[in-house]
Design a protein around this ligand. Structure first.
Ligand SMILES: [Zn+2]
Ligand SMILES: [Zn+2]
Length: 244
């Protein structure tokens, strides 16, 4: 029965044309946005802050940093996102997380390959709490991390971090409240300590909002001796724009 179902699913996949991962419009090839979604997407690149890649309106030179990084240097060693969070990215991620379109993780990884730095030793996904994995069946950050690993050849340590506490949505909370909620929410898997020590790590999440979640993970990884921790996300909420 399971086998028959697999054959049926593959047959349907071959019979149906590729669709835009965001709006579902028919497109030329898998993992491509349709022209409308493409034109509505802000792809992140240069010119940008040397530390956090926040886009600049004009080129301020290769070492220029944004006001936020100057005021308070971030914990991460580089922040890399493929696109600005908006309607197109939101829809694509909703289809992945709640519509179980697992192939969209590969779409995200393909779009992120352009911005991911070189010189990495290990890829670590931001973990979900196990109760959320039970209800959803998978962790989208793990799927994206595996897509990045396939493209770069860098290993993934999918369970290097453990989410020990379930945390409420951080939306609407100020920075200190978010940090308080996340304090102690993550721990290092004792089995991963040798893989993390002295390594250049890429921490992967689907959407980067305030950085509170990744900061909590970075603290754990650096306490465990990680040499560098850069962050990669599919989409990044830019300041003054709405996210969730
Ligand atoms: Zn589309
Ligand atoms: Zn910056």
């Amino acid at each position: 029965m399971q086998f028959a179902r697999t054959i049926l699913r593959d047959a349907i996949r071959f019979a149906l044309p590729p669709r835009c991962p965001s709006c579902g419009e028919i497109v030329e090839a898998d993992h491509r946005l349709c022209p409308t979604c493409w034109s509505q997407t802000e792809f992140l690149g240069q010119p940008a802050c040397a530390r956090c890649s926040l886009p600049f309106d004009h080129d301020r030179g290769p070492a220029a940093e944004c006001a936020a990084c100057i005021a308070e240097p971030p914990l991460h060693d580089g922040l890399h996102a493929a696109v600005a969070y908006g309607a197109v990215a939101r829809e694509l991620m909703l289809k992945l997380k709640y519509g179980r379109r697992m192939a969209h993780a590969e779409t995200a990884a393909r779009m992120m390959a352009r911005v991911v730095p070189s010189g990495l030793d290990l890829i670590v996904p931001v973990p979900l709490h196990r109760s959320r994995i039970w209800s959803r069946g998978f962790n989208q950050a793990v799927l994206i991390a595996e897509g990045l690993s396939q493209r770069s050849g860098v290993d993934v340590a999918r369970d290097a971090l453990i989410r020990v506490r379930r945390t409420p949505t951080l939306r609407g909370m100020g920075a200190s409240k978010r940090a308080k909620v996340l304090a102690g929410a993550f721990m290092l898997n004792p089995r991963a300590s040798q893989r993390v020590k002295g390594r250049a790590i890429l921490l992967v999440d689907d959407v980067y909002t305030s950085g509170a979640t990744t900061d909590a993970c970075i603290r754990v990884l650096k306490r465990a001796g990680a040499a560098r921790v850069a962050v990669a996300a599919f989409a990044r909420v830019l300041p003054d724009r709405e996210g969730d």
